[in-house]
Design a protein around this ligand. Structure first.
Ligand code: HPA
Length: 256
């Protein structure tokens, strides 16, 4: 069963027919909220809002370990992360959907591994490809089937937040090779990997990153909400298609 973790702009999944909600306790504390379990387009799926139901949990305060643990505990076989981001690359416009393929992690002080308890052997997971290629292929195929012009590939810079970046920080991220910037992609992706859960992301460009495009002189929050509302409609459709085509997509040679 696919699990969807929703970020800013996607705190509920209106196309999820809710069967029930479950509060899962974990050895790592409380997840962001109850897991909503139900069906999307007739297929089983579950949903968890990353920032809590009242959108009150800041990116650096999200209990990523509890969230991923709870989803796996409840039977998730894959996780789709939905998150809004700032666009660094000049072709990325507000409202566009990106399926990233790489991550640079600039976060700090977050609990980013399950392998740190006393007596547990040190374990180094492979993270060369941070997103699951097959799950990415399925997202790309679903977007193509719906004629949603998602951009395939991109380097996600994970920042600490909750403040937005300075223009100089964005310039540095670009020099490092980043295309988009968000606050929640890590350690979520690596914790999923540690649990053996296939994980991929659907990112929605909410704004030009600081110092870029129409954010040259500051980021205008008034326009963000509208952009996200529009784009999340597409994301819901994309998720419905994805959940409705379980594992059966033919391999796509050029999916990236
Ligand atoms: N920076 C970091 N995170 C974000 C942004 C941004 O510009 N927009 C949406 N999430």
């Amino acid at each position: 069963m696919l699990a969807i973790i929703g970020g800013s702009g996607l705190t509920t999944l209106s196309n999820l027919d809710v069967a029930h909600r479950e509060i899962i306790r974990t050895p790592y504390g409380e997840p962001s909220g109850a897991i909503v379990i139900g069906r999307i387009g007739g297929q089983p799926a579950m949903f968890l809002p990353r920032h809590g139901y009242g959108h009150t949990i800041a990116p650096h305060k999200v209990n990523y370990r509890a969230n991923l643990w709870a989803l796996r505990q409840r039977g998730a076989t894959g996780v789709i992360s939905v998150a809004s981001v700032g666009g660094i690359r000049s072709d990325l416009q507000p409202g566009e959907i990106v399926i990233p393929d790489q991550i640079i992690d600039y976060t700090w002080g977050r609990q980013s591994t399950y392998y740190e308890a006393v007596g547990i052997p040190v374990t180094h997971v492979d993270f060369t490809e941070p997103y699951d290629p097959e799950l990415r292929r399925r997202i790309v195929a679903a977007a193509a089937a719906l004629s949603i012009p998602a951009k395939v590939g991109g380097v996600y810079a994970a920042t600490q937040g909750p403040r937005l970046e300075t223009a100089a920080e964005i310039n540095r991220f670009e020099r490092d090779g980043a295309d988009l910037v968000g606050m929640t992609g890590m350690p979520e992706a690596v914790l999923a990997r540690e649990l053996g859960l296939p994980y991929a992301a659907i990112n929605v460009i909410a704004n030009h990153a600081a110092g870029r495009g129409n954010s040259a002189n500051g980021i205008h929050f008034e326009s963000l909400e509208h952009v996200l509302r529009e784009a999340m409609g597409e994301v819901r459709a994309l998720i419905e298609k994805l959940v409705g085509s379980p594992d059966s997509c033919p391999p796509m040679g050029m999916a990236g």
